[in-house]
Design a binder for this molecule. Structure first.
Ligand SMILES: [Zn+2]
Length: 165
């Protein structure tokens, strides 16, 4: 794919049918200067959105765990866990989307040497802190996956395994 502005070849995952003007990422970012909305504001918005969706995800998860264990059903207990896993999977989709957008925004900010996010990270490194675990990925991918799998496995254990009564 060729950028219409700088003629540089760039990779496009999927062709955009609606967008006739095709620009590379550098040219797209240059347009930002003329807009009123800054990356820092977008970061704030997406951080709130991301945190809100993550918190909501955990609330739904804990509700289903409580509903699954603290009930007096003698049969069909597994249905609660299966339904919980399915509903959590649906809640995961908007969370994952916010995760991907927030990650992109942070990566862009971390590449701007004059931005506070970049400076703070470098100062952190200078103090000897190293981020071994990507916290943002933990919240957007690993924790949701563990929660969904937990509910699903609990459902299986009740249906076929040792928890069957
Ligand atoms: Zn370009």
């Amino acid at each position: 794919m060729k950028c219409k502005k700088c003629n540089k070849n760039y990779f496009e995952y999927k062709e955009m049918e609606r967008n006739e003007k095709r620009f590379c990422n550098e040219c797209l970012l240059k347009n930002l200067i003329y807009g009123k909305w800054s990356l820092s504001q977008e970061r704030e918005l997406y951080e709130n959105l991301y945190m809100g969706r993550f918190n909501f995800f955990l609330v739904v998860f804990s509700l289903f765990v409580t509903a699954g264990f603290a009930n007096s059903f003698t049969t069909l207990k597994d249905i609660i866990f299966y339904f919980g896993a399915f509903l959590l999977f649906l809640c995961w989709i908007p969370l994952l989307r916010a995760h991907m957008r927030f990650k992109l925004i942070l990566e862009l900010l971390l590449n701007k040497e004059e931005h506070l996010v970049f400076i703070l990270q470098k100062m952190h490194f200078n103090y000897g802190y190293k981020s071994e675990v990507k916290v943002i990925k933990l919240m957007g991918v690993y924790i949701p996956l563990i929660c969904i799998l937990f509910l699903f496995v609990m459902g299986l254990l009740i249906s076929f395994g040792p928890l069957k009564n």
